[in-house]
Ligand binder design. Sequence first.
Ligand code: ADP
Ligand code: MG
Length: 474
Amino acid sequence: MAAAWRDVVRDAAAVREAAAVAVDAALLAGVLMRTGEQPHASDVVNYAPFTLLPSAVPRALFEQAYAVQQDFNLLVDAISQNKEFLEKTLASTIKVDDFTARLFRIYTQVLEEGLAQTVFLGINRSDYMFDCGLDGAAALRQIEINTIAASFGGLTSRTADVHRLVLKVLGKTEEASRLLPNNPAKGLASGIAKAWELYGSQRAVVMFLVEDVQRNIFDQRCVENELWNRNIRVVRKRFRDVFEQGSLDASRRLLMDGQEVAVVYYREGYVPQVYDQQNWEARLLLERSRAVKCPDIATQLAGTKKVQQELSRPGTLEKLLPGHPEAIARIRATFAGLYSLDEGEEGDRIAATAIADPDRFVLKPQREGGGNNLYGEELREVLEKIKDSPERTSYILMDKIKPQPALNYLLRAHSPLQVSECISELGIFGVYVRQGQELVLNQAAGHLLRTKAIEHADGGVAAGVAVLDTPFLV
Ligand code: ADP
Ligand code: MG
């Protein structure tokens, strides 16, 4: 807990009053989600879960995370253009992981045909935790970089106002004035708008590729409305709609029932469950098109856990970013220990170490969206079972980050108000646009702080584990 909240966190009456104000402020500000019971309705909604109090974040680490974001943008963009690296890195994975293999097949197919796309848009979010060393000093450690459908940039553009009000109610006016402005929605929209403009057709629309069940629609609407403000038309479609209405013309322009699409912004498509045969066909159609995909399939592959692990090998960053020694140093400084489980001596050794001491590690499959990682006893059991099989190579191992917990209240609809020991994860949004070989935009676009009770090892906001938060720099 920020020392600044020590006096209020145990004052039950003050907390109750502040929580009531907080919830109404969140509703007024539009920090909203559709409900689990009525996930298709916008006339019955509730506030998205959030912390009562902003969480303390060391200023130096916050600034470090911002300072390295343009480097990560550059790196992801470089990986997405490096066929040899992607091929080599994912070779062992695609032998055993069917989902990555299918994505990879589309990637190769599109390259063989030749890319029609000439403008590239990346929106990513690099996530970090603050690792607490033995000396008590915290270090910034990257958890992962999300290169597809990185969410909550919209809602979090509105949480600082809520926390500012809460602090005032709690008599912390000076602290309230120190909460930083944050508007990822605007930053993401400016990237999409730039890509739309470079695509060069006034009539063409931006297509948000959305889920069948859109509980987080308001997060997306924040970005969408920023585009409408710039007089850019937005349509929302599902893979199924693309299968039914999508086509390519002779120069591979993407048409939806005749309407040209300039930019496809994926908020879906990162888990195997959404892809049946028709949806795979839809994905292929989109990737073959001239439309700007955010991300294109190469950039999605650049965000796999296997790629992340390979980046930590000595010499890899130097090959990917020649001539950028300072960027490489900044990037490397954020890496936690990452280990390959590929077949061979190196993999055997680290597997044995993890089985002997599972609490030091996290075991990660090639999946996104939270809830897939394995910890502790479960990690030991699974690794024990697969340690001599090729299946092992579909996972990577990572050092477990151990942040210092702090007390806070997690405000969730229909849940009792109780104090929890919490840890936070900081995300920085990155946006870049490339036209041919020229990077025309490369920015950090804002931040997201998510906080969860320590008893949950895994899981994000959408999964109902983490909640939205605002950093209070200390
Ligand atoms: P996903 O793609 O499913 O979001 P992540 O790598 O982000 O996968 O992991 C999901 C969650 O698991 C993170 O938000 C974090 O809370 C926890 N986690 C992941 N890696 C680590 C780690 N090395 N140490 C501690 N916790 C971790
Ligand atoms: Mg994650």
